[in-house]
Design a binder for this molecule. Structure first.
Ligand SMILES: *Cc1c(COP(=O)(O)O)cnc(C)c1O
Length: 347
């Protein structure tokens, strides 16, 4: 009776292997909710793939990778900052590679924990974190174990920008440690890797784990079905059923992130950020839910509850039975499943 993710193990792993083959030096990224799969599942998968490094977002995510049995390097993508206790603990952890992105932090890390393994982040047109390109030449990395430099480009990053920054890195005395890119197309990555005389790596999350959406599916379970005449009050808020039909109660609610599904075509920043749950308050009972019952996406009868949702299906008959698994469209990066199953390949 759960919100469940079922992974076609053979097909999904086939996709992961094909990405690994297309991207020499691949560093899988397993952060946040583990792209819906959870960090431990992805860490175990990375171990299975045989990669020597895995990236997480924040130091607090390192333990989940270790517990899953991943034995390689664990790169923390968010840069180190003074005063962050979890990041400080990472400095003395031989499995952790710390990202540094400001000259002052470079000096402080070298002072606090000489010999720390680091990646040095270079500023890009993202304007998020990083050492400005004009300061790379003078950057003093004495006392640190420099594993590489990182270039985190905007989505669909430009090879022109990557080339310019990588060239500046290559000219640094520690440039030979190599560059780790994020968000280049695989073709551009292979091109620039062939041009540069220093090692290259590429960090990939979405295109790796979520790049073959047909290889996994999300389902809710039908928990109850109630045939009701038109005008019956239902739910917490006493919404009236718009016609004769059924209330179908399915597993999957706000705790799973079900009401946070992004609109298919984000037209504006604002639209992208408004949780569907909020919009539901305004147009209660008229919003299409992500659940498919009897072949169609059905409206919510009222905003989703913590673990389940009330859907309305008009018409006579029994649209679903208790125990049925119904497809649900989810945004993987905001969904927490109750259960993740690896299934053998289908027919
Ligand atoms: C999250 C992240 C990635 C992976 O991003 P995807 O778009 O999921 O592939 C790569 N690099 C950095 C620095 C990140 O923070």
């Amino acid at each position: 009776m759960t919100l469940k993710l079922t992974i076609d193990a053979e097909a999904w792993r086939g996709h992961l292997a094909s990405i690994a083959q297309q991207v020499p030096g691949l560093v899988p990224v397993a952060k946040g909710n583990g792209y819906g799969f959870t960090i431990p599942v992805l860490a175990a998968e990375a171990a299975r793939m045989g990669v020597d490094a895995l990236a997480v977002g924040v130091p607090e995510e390192v333990d989940a990778v270790k517990v899953a049995g991943f034995g390689g390097d664990i790169v923390v993508l968010n840069p180190w900052r003074p005063g962050d206790e979890a990041a400080a603990a990472g400095l003395s952890d031989p499995q952790v590679v710390t990202t540094v992105s400001r000259a002052a932090d470079v000096a402080e890390v070298a002072r606090l924990a000489p010999g720390t393994a680091v990646l040095v982040e270079v500023a890009t047109s993202m304007h998020r974190h990083g050492i400005p390109v004009e300061e790379i030449g003078a950057l003093d990395l004495t006392g640190l174990d420099v594993r590489g430099w990182t270039i985190h480009l905007p989505a669909a990053g430009s090879i022109v920008e990557a080339r310019k920054l990588a060239t500046a890195v290559a000219a640094h005395p520690q440039g030979a440690a190599g560059v780790w890119f994020s968000h280049l197309s695989f073709d551009d990555y292979r091109t620039i890797a062939s041009e540069l005389a220093i090692p290259t790596r590429m960090r990939v999350g979405t295109r790796l784990w979520l790049g073959a959406p047909a290889t996994f599916r999300a389902t809710g379970t039908v928990l109850d079905v109630h045939r009701l005449p038109k005008g019956t009050t239902v739910g917490y808020h006493g919404a009236r059923t718009p016609a004769d039909g059924s209330i179908v109660v399915v597993s999957g609610g706000t705790a799973h992130g079900v009401a946070l599904a992004a609109p298919a075509t984000p037209h504006s920043f604002r639209q992208r950020l408004i949780p569907v749950a909020e919009a539901l308050e305004e147009v209660r009972g008229r919003v299409t839910s992500p659940f498919v019952v009897a072949g169609k996406k059905r409206p919510f009868a009222e905003p989703p509850h913590m673990h389940s949702s009330l859907l309305f299906v008009p018409g006579p008959g029994e649209p679903a039975r208790v125990g049925d698994e119904v497809p649900v469209t989810v945004r993987m990066t905001t969904t927490t499943f109750d259960r993740i199953d690896f299934a053998p390949a289908g027919p």
